[in-house]
Structure formats: structure tokens, C-alpha cells
Design a protein around this ligand. Structure first.
Ligand SMILES: NC(=O)c1ccc[n+]([C@@H]2O[C@H](COP(=O)([O-])OP(=O)(O)OC[C@H]3O[C@@H](n4cnc5c(N)ncnc54)[C@H](OP(=O)(O)O)[C@@H]3O)[C@@H](O)[C@H]2O)c1
Length: 191
């Protein structure tokens, strides 16, 4: 899909990920307490209320997840509400939520044929494997990268060695009172 077609459909694929300071998005034991706030307050930061967060989440039309992220989300407690979620997998997985559908096949077809005509704001919620494939295929329009104030020392890296040099455009930086920082980038504009 060309840039002008994307604009006509007004679709946007946002890769959203939370990383440790040393670049990990999950611990080897899959525990998630590192995502909790330390209690330290960064005075110059902002905070958002639960209502503001809920209002923002309503702007998301669809989530796309890799199967391992799906399985982990089911274990932790489903964070995506009733918003449609597409899980990419080649396996037969149990369907435990009505809002979920499974997809196997070409990822460009998924975005251009299946998602873009139906949804405007598409959130790629992980994990590393699926995000890397989306980036390699040029299917990501925006990256929202949240850095947690913690070093992990080990775990799963978001960016493996398969990407090539590409300059992205910084669009926004938000520092939160809890020490988390969100960086937003838009993709290079060339078709
Ligand atoms: N920190 C964060 O913000 C964040 C966000 C999301 C996830 N995570 C963490 O990341 C970890 C999971 O990441 P991950 O990289 O291991 O796995 P993943 O990307 O969630 O899932 C990988 C699986 O997705 C399917 N898949 C991926 N690409 C495919 C393609 N092109 N075609 C068909 N199927 C494809 C395959 O499923 P099958 O094997 O079923 O065929 C593959 O095994 C979890 O620990 C999760 O909690 C962290």
C-alpha cells in the first residue's frame, strides 16, 4: 500500500513497547514486576488520570499480537478489554475471548487487506518477533517506545540484528512523574 493509499484510508500502525533502560522488553522468567513504579517521583514529569488513560485506550481500534504475547496476556489478565485483537500464529490455539481472531499468513496482506479497510488506529502490541517482522516489512507507521527506569541485565531484546539503518522522525517526548519516558517517532516518509 502506497503512502497516498494509507492517507486515503487514514490508517496508522503503531508499534508500542515498554523497554528497560538496557533494552529488554521481557525477563527470561517472564515476570513483570519490573514494570511497576519504584515510588520515586520525577517532579517535572506529568501524570495521567485513569479517566484520561481510559479515554486514550478507546481511540485504539484493534490490537495485533504475536502468539507468545497472547499467551502471556492470558496468564497475566487480559489487558485489551473488548477491543478487537488479531493474534498471529501458525498453531491452533484455544479461543477464549470473543474479541480475538487468529491469523496465519503474510503480514502485509494482514495489514493491507484485513485490517486497513476495517480499522484506523492499529496497535502492534508485541512481542519482539512480530514487531521485528513488521519493521522489516515496512508496515509500521509510528513507534511509541516507553523506557522504564530500570536495568534488567538479561531478557528478550526488542530489536534483533535483522534491521537495517533507517532514520525515523521524533514526534513527541513525554516524561512521567513515575520516571517512565515515552518517545514517539514517525516512519520515514518515502514510499
Ligand atoms: N515490554 C513490552 O511492552 C512487551 C509487549 C509485548 C510482549 N512482551 C513480552 O514479549 C514476550 C513475547 O515476545 P516474543 O518475541 O517471544 O513472541 P511474539 O512476537 O509475541 O510471538 C511470536 C509468535 O508469533 C507468531 N508469529 C510471529 N511472526 C509471525 C509470522 N510472520 N507469521 C506467522 N506467525 C508469526 C509465531 O507463533 P506460532 O509459534 O504460534 O506460530 C511466533 O512464535 C513475552 O514475554 C511478552 O510478555 C513485552
Amino acid at each position: 500500500m502506497s503512502r497516498s493509499e494509507k492517507i486515503a484510508h487514514r490508517r496508522s500502525v503503531t508499534l508500542h513497547m515498554v523497554s528497560s533502560l538496557d533494552g529488554f522488553i521481557a525477563k527470561n522468567d517472564n515476570s513483570v514486576s519490573w514494570l511497576n513504579s519504584t515510588g520515586n517521583v520525577y517532579e517535572a514529569g506529568v501524570s495521567i488520570s485513569e479517566e484520561e488513560a481510559a479515554t486514550f485506550v478507546k481511540t485504539i481500534d484493534c490490537y495485533v499480537l504475536g502468539s507468545r504475547t497472547y499467551e502471556h496476556a492470558l496468564e497475566l489478565g487480559w489487558p485489551y478489554g473488548d477491543t478487537p485483537a488479531v493474534v498471529v500464529t501458525g498453531r491452533e490455539l484455544p479461543l477464549v475471548r470473543k474479541s480475538v481472531e487468529f491469523y496465519a499468513g503474510d503480514l502485509k496482506t494482514l495489514v493491507d487487506v484485513k485490517l486497513t479497510p476495517r480499522y484506523r488506529s492499529i496497535w502492534l502490541a508485541g512481542g519482539a518477533m512480530l514487531c521485528q517482522r513488521f519493521l522489516e516489512l515496512g508496515l509500521v507507521d509510528e513507534i511509541r517506545f516507553t523506557i522504564a527506569p530500570v536495568l534488567l541485565g538479561e531478557g528478550l531484546r526488542l530489536f534483533g540484528g535483522s534491521l537495517t539503518e533507517e532514520k525515523w522522525n521524533l514526534k513527541n517526548v513525554v516524561a512521567y512523574k513515575n520516571g517512565f519516558v515515552e518517545l514517539s517517532y514517525s516512519a520515514p516518509t518515502a514510499d
